[in-house]
Design a protein. Sequence first.
Length: 334
Amino acid sequence: MTLSDTLNRPLRDLRISVTDRCNFRCVYCMPKEVFGSNYKFLLHEQILTYEEITRLARIFVSLGVKKIRLTGGEPLVRKDFPDLLAMLAQIPDIDLTMTTNGSLLSRFAQQLKDAGLKRVTVSLDSLDNEIFKSMNDVDFPVEKVIEGMDAAAAVGLAPVKVNMVVKRGVNESSILPMARFFREKGFILRFIEYMDVGHTNGWRMDDIVSAKEIIKIIHAEMPLEPADPNYRGEVAERWRYKDGSGEIGVIASVTQAFCRDCSRARLSAEGKLYTCLFAIKGHDFRDLLRSGATDEEVAQAVEKIWGKRADRYSEIRSENTIPLPKVEMSHIGG
Ligand code: SAM
Ligand code: SF4
Ligand code: SF4
């Protein structure tokens, strides 16, 4: 079955946020001033149980979803997270993956693999401890994240992908060292343009280092050529090193909006469905599940929401640069 929204886009990807909590306070995502000790995170009874998540995932897959990414917050801080993976891994024919800050990965890599995870994306913004610590804002060292990536690769969670958010004046000096390092290691590094998600990161257009600029910087030292996308709607634009030593990706969410092929839905930890990363309003599925709805009724609710979907925030932003209201990324799931 394939659903189609008002712009003819299918529903193919589901990103599930398993928790709104995180052990980092990345300045561009959960700045300390807002996510401090008084911040009210969701209570355990407010978030979906693993059974509820799995039930919803199965329903989404019956509606055409092919890829499920677990995210957050930091997925590995939720108790017994590998149990959820094991439950989701039972769903046939899906590409199941996760994004993590890597801080707990060396401890969990084997359990994740055993639970049925195939590959993992790890976020790392610099190899320079001073820069990285200033970005994660909890004094977390680079080496521990690399250790986590290596543990993931060693147990076969491959290929390891690395996400680097680039912010002007903060970590642009890390672009080349990161490219060199991960090319050597054979991990796929993806550069992400810093986005205006949420209200709290004080985003300004000037803070972006564009994908074009990033490619130019790397190409000058390590020549690149464009590579074909793996599939329609792939978020990262792929580039290959001309000497055959691997590839990188750039995610130009701001400067080259890719809304026209966007087939992603997001489920927040409390069970709200968002049809765009920048959506202001989510549709509640937790109460629907807890009120005893059948699978058919839940599927119909998804169909109705997707059928009305017209989101194209990033394209509209580039057309008008209107600041529109939105929800925090740590809440909705990156
Ligand atoms: N905690 C996990 C992590 O950091 O990988 C998963 C959740 S995080 C919200 C998912 C991805 O979103 C990370 O790669 C992170 O770097 C990215 N991200 C967060 N805030 C962002 C922003 N303002 N602009 C671009 N990417 C952002
Ligand atoms: Fe946590 Fe990931 Fe957000 Fe950083 S980007 S604060 S690690 S959720
Ligand atoms: Fe998809 Fe919304 Fe991002 Fe556009 S702005 S690519 S519709 S999530």
